[in-house]
Design a protein around this ligand. Structure first.
Ligand code: T3D
Length: 261
């Protein structure tokens, strides 16, 4: 596949997948989620790949779903279909990939962009980046595994705070609550990521794979269930007037007025 929305490079055992729509803060459109799915298959197939790094081009990691793609009263579109066919396969493939994945969070990660980072095995974050469980800001529910991974990582109370209040989480707070493994100065993100990635790419790949499999086993039975559950919740939330209002408000650069409907 000839990629248009991501960059893919393999060097010395490390594959780097760079989300590459910087003008929209690497928001995910259909083409991009297709290309990520394809790249993850390559990562799985290619024996030369022993570690995968996911990062973003420009000043963001990813701002989540491309909200501009859904302007114009697309209320009839099935969000469940989008979640089922575009996002859930990415999350399942990342957890199922028997090679370590590092999310190098170079800038803001919001909504499904944050979910993608949470599905990685390790997260290194620039001190200039921030994380946002942005879903409720636009009248939606956490998807792409966020409501699954968050309670494991930060506990149910903090997960509720992150999802319900949807406030920006700066890097020092993200590290303090266990949302990321390491925070480094922005200028050192590439070298810190390379240090871990090179170590992992030179490590016992089969053992890493089996380690991931064992860690997944604790989670896996519930993951399918949670992904389905999120999908149905998202379908319902996406049909509300508040979600439509939020999409319009985003395009018009104003604060949405939620009516609770
Ligand atoms: O719908 C389904 O299929 C279900 C799936 C849902 C999954 C989700 O991810 S829902 C959550 C979607 N994401 C968001 O709600 C976040 C939206 N973005 C923001 O809140 C802000 O952009 C940020 C807090 C991330 C960053 O703010 P800031 O001030 O640094 O940047 P900005 O000025 O808002 O954005 C810069 C540009 O990127 C701007 O374009 P412009 O005005 O220069 O032409 C902005 O419109 C664009 N952009 C940012 N986020 C998105 C986006 N364009 C499309 N989609 C976006 N998500």
């Amino acid at each position: 596949m000839d990629y248009q929305t991501i960059l893919w490079a393999v060097q010395d055992g490390v594959a780097t997948l760079t989300l590459n729509r910087p003008d929209v803060l690497n928001a995910f459109n259909k083409q991009m989620t297709d290309e990520i799915q394809d790249a993850l298959k390559q990562a799985e197939r290619d024996k030369a790949v022993r570690c995968l790094v996911v990062t973003g081009a420009g000043r963001a990691f990813s701002a989540g779903e491309d909200l501009k793609a859904h302007q114009g009263g697309e209320i009839q579109r099935s969000i469940a279909d989008a979640v089922r066919t575009r996002y859930n396969p990415i999350i399942l493939k990342m957890r199922g990939l028997e090679k370590p994945i590092i999310a190098a969070i170079n800038g803001v990660a919001a909504g499904a962009g944050l979910s993608l980072a949470l599905a990685a095995d390790l997260r290194i974050m620039s001190d200039k980046a921030k994380l946002i469980e942005a879903f409720s800001r636009i009248g939606l529910v956490p998807d792409s595994g966020s409501s699954f991974f968050l309670p494991w990582l930060v506990g149910i109370g903090k997960a509720a705070e992150l999802c319900l209040l949807a406030e920006d989480v700066p890097a020092d707070e993200a590290w303090r609550i266990g949302l990321v493994n390491k925070v480094v100065p922005a200028g050192e993100l590439a070298s810190a990521t390379a240090a871990w990635a090179n170590k992992l790419a030179q490590g016992p790949t089969v053992a890493y794979g089996l380690t991931k499999r064992a860690l997944n086993r604790a989670l896996h039975a519930q993951l399918h269930e949670i992904l389905e559950y999120e999908m149905h919740g998202q379908e319902t939330a996406g049909r509300t007037a508040d979600a439509q209002e939020a999409i319009a408000a985003f395009a018009e650069k104003r604060t949405p007025v939620f009516k609770g409907e």
